[in-house]
Design a protein around this ligand. Structure first.
Ligand code: BES
Ligand code: ZN
Length: 624
């Protein structure tokens, strides 16, 4: 048993004893069970006093690369607490006060811990309801990337975006930075008048000539979903409830690419109940955005590398939209339960893709995912503790939870449940799950208890074996393997190629991005130079405009020493900051003969344009 689970067990025991010894259970204050999960990545003590609402007034300064202003926290002191620890990291704290009349109050900025940052400990009274913190961010704040005009599509204006998940909100807002706490928020944000600010909240669609923007998020959200982007943005509607923000030179392309968004919303609502966030908009960020997408409520942030020109990469939108149920509505209580966010989301994403684009299409996506999962488990080792769905991340960076385990093993667990209990019953169960736990946080244990109570009798439980899936390592034997007719066709062509058929003779007509990815991933490393050249000539791989395909081709070119692709590789690494692409590329370079020197040369030029998070990850890859 892990330390955290042992502690949970103990505190539950203490509260039972308290009930017994008080003689009358009615006098025991009911505690929201979700608030009791211990989050080792936060200094906050939400059981004692909790933030309910946040009011921000911020100024964005591009010259100094600073955000400064005030955060006003409305709190509820549940337990007559006398101290209130707030999560901060790399913040300069100027002043702290309590009450709406802002009476100065004592506070201590605690010692810095490498991952968690510093607790800002405010001395409060039983009746304290408002704490105001005046602060400034540091230019190196982990959640912020400040882009020079040259790093944007049009190259004329600077750009700023935040990325708070998992524990970086505290680098730009002092808050209880744990997913087990939810709050509503309002914000006033002041930016240079030529720029437009958008947040994970209500947004206006035209620029304010004064550069002052007001935001409101009326549904309570965890801190990691606070988000801000500032740049030269334009808006295009996609439908009644959705639209896209992007730089002027990108916005038309984005609106075309994401035209199916409303259909996806409708499909998700049929399955899992009403969309509860009013609008669903997207903002396309510059290419240095380190992730594919981020499910900031009401406003998904996404990479421009999904703009393939053929809508072939829009499962990413289905994914981020799905988080409006799994993650944003029912939220992992701690980062150990990250699979509850991502595994559920991948499951919903696949159901929506099936609904909108058909079963054949979904079969391809599942098969690609399954291969990735097998590879990940193989790389980690099938008995690695990190192959469990429920993780133990204490003392570690929760970013380490972002593996195929949470996403794809999580997905296959739910798919296995679906297969065993039948789609109708499973759909009804999930729908009830989102209704029952809307706007609450969830632990793995609590989910399993609910699953058993609502759905499983003894035989079903034995068939599924949820304990093995959630607490066991590796891949359980009862996993339902995906099958794809389309990809079987690709495998046949692969076989012909392996037997010496020329690239031009392969039957590739009508292949989608996914068929190409499957094909490229299965090619041998190294592949002989003449065969690389033959493939390149037939399919124009080196100049391919689809980033997924281009990346896969480059990943093959490196161990194959296919020098023709090297300048494309360099341009790719100098312009794209999406970690999913660039980390494996640098890794492949470092592992290839003579590649390490090239990796270093490129990285020396590219590093200053990468997101702090990418820099952190890539420094490790390059041994810096
Ligand atoms: N919430 C994640 C992104 C994330 C996870 C950021 C953990 C920071 C820490 C987002 O929903 C996500 O999963 N994005 C994926 C795309 C998706 C289609 C699998 C990504 O960015 O690759
Ligand atoms: Zn996700």
């Amino acid at each position: 048993m892990t330390g955290t689970r042992a502690m949970l067990g103990r505190s539950r025991l203490i509260s039972i004893l308290a009930i017994l010894s008080s003689g009358c259970a009615l006098f025991v204050r009911p505690i929201d069970p979700s608030a009791r999960a211990i989050d080792s990545h936060s200094f906050a003590r939400p059981d004692e006093a909790v933030v309910r609402h946040l009011d921000l007034d911020l100024q964005v300064n591009f010259e100094k690369k600073e955000i400064s202003g005030r955060a006003r926290l409305s709190i509820e002191n549940l337990d007559d607490a006398s101290t209130f620890p707030i999560d901060t990291k790399d913040l300069r704290i100027h002043r702290v006060s309590v009450g709406t009349d802002e009476r100065p109050v004592e506070f201590i900025l605690g010692a810095e811990e490498p991952l968690k940052g510093q607790p800002l400990i405010v001395f409060i009274a039983p009746d304290t309801t408002v704490i105001t913190v005046y602060y400034t961010t540091s230019p190196g704040a982990g959640a912020l990337q400040w882009l020079d005009p040259g790093q944007t599509a049009a190259g004329r204006h600077p750009f700023l975006f935040t990325q708070s998940e998992p524990i970086l909100a505290r680098t730009w807002v002092p808050c209880q930075d744990t997913p087990s706490v939810r709050m509503t928020y309002r914000a006033t944000v002041r930016v240079p008048p030529e720029l437009h600010a958008v947040m994970s909240a209500s947004n206006v669609t035209t620029k304010d000539p004064r550069g002052i923007y007001e935001f409101e998020m009326r549904q309570p959200i965890p801190s990691y979903l606070m988000a801000l982007a500032v740049g030269d943005l334009e808006f295009r509607p996609l439908g009644e409830r959705s639209g896209v923000f992007a730089e002027p030179t990108v916005v038309e392309k984005a609106a075309w690419e994401f035209a199916d968004t409303e259909r996806m919303m409708a499909a998700t609502e049929v399955l899992y109940g009403p969309y509860r966030w009013d609008r669903y908009d997207l903002v396309v960020l510059p290419p240095s955005f380190p992730w594919g997408g981020m499910e900031n409520p009401r406003l998904t942030f996404c990479t421009p590398t999904v703009l393939a020109g053929d809508r072939s990469l829009v499962s990413l939108i289905a994914h981020e939209l799905a988080h409006s149920w799994s993650g944003n509505l029912v939220t992992n209580a701690t980062w150990n339960d990250f699979w509850l966010n991502e595994g559920f989301t991948v499951y919903i994403e696949h159901r929506v893709m099936e609904e909108v684009y058909g079963t054949e299409y979904e079969d391809m996506l599942s098969t690609l995912d399954f291969d990735e999962l097998l590879e990940e488990i193989e790389a980690m080792g099938p008995t690695s503790q990190d192959t469990r769905l429920r993780l133990d991340l204490s003392g570690r960076n929760p970013e380490e939870a972002m593996t195929a385990i949470a996403y794809i093993k999580g997905f296959f667990f739910l798919r296995t449940c679906e297969q065993v209990v039948g789609r109708d019953r499973w759909d009804a169960f999930l729908r009830g799950y989102f209704d029952t736990f809307a706007f609450q946080s969830m632990t793995s244990e609590r989910f399993l208890a609910y699953l058993r109570r609502e759905l499983l009798d003894k035989p079903l439980e034995e068939k599924i074996d949820p304990e093995a899936w959630v607490f066991g390592t590796g891949l359980p034997r009862n996993v339902v393997r995906p099958q794809s007719t389309a990809l079987r066709g690709v495998a046949e062509e692969l076989l012909r190629w392996e037997q010496g058929a020329a690239a031009g003779s392969l039957r590739t007509d009508g292949w989608s991005t996914h068929e190409w990815l499957y094909f490229l991933r299965k090619l041998p490393r190294p592949t002989a130079i003449d065969r690389m050249a033959d493939l390149d000539k037939a399919f124009r791989m080196t100049g391919h405009g689809n980033f997924e395909i281009a990346c896969e081709w480059l990943l093959l070119s490196i161990p194959s020493a296919y020098e023709v692709a090297y300048s494309r590789l360099e341009t790719f690494l100098l312009t794209v900051g999406r970690l999913k692409f660039i980390k494996p590329l640098y890794q492949a370079l470092v592992e290839s003969p003579a590649g390490e020197a090239r990796a270093r040369t490129i990285y020396a030029r590219a590093r200053s344009g990468y997101h702090p998070l990418a820099v952190q990850a890539l420094d490790k890859v390059l041994g810096l």
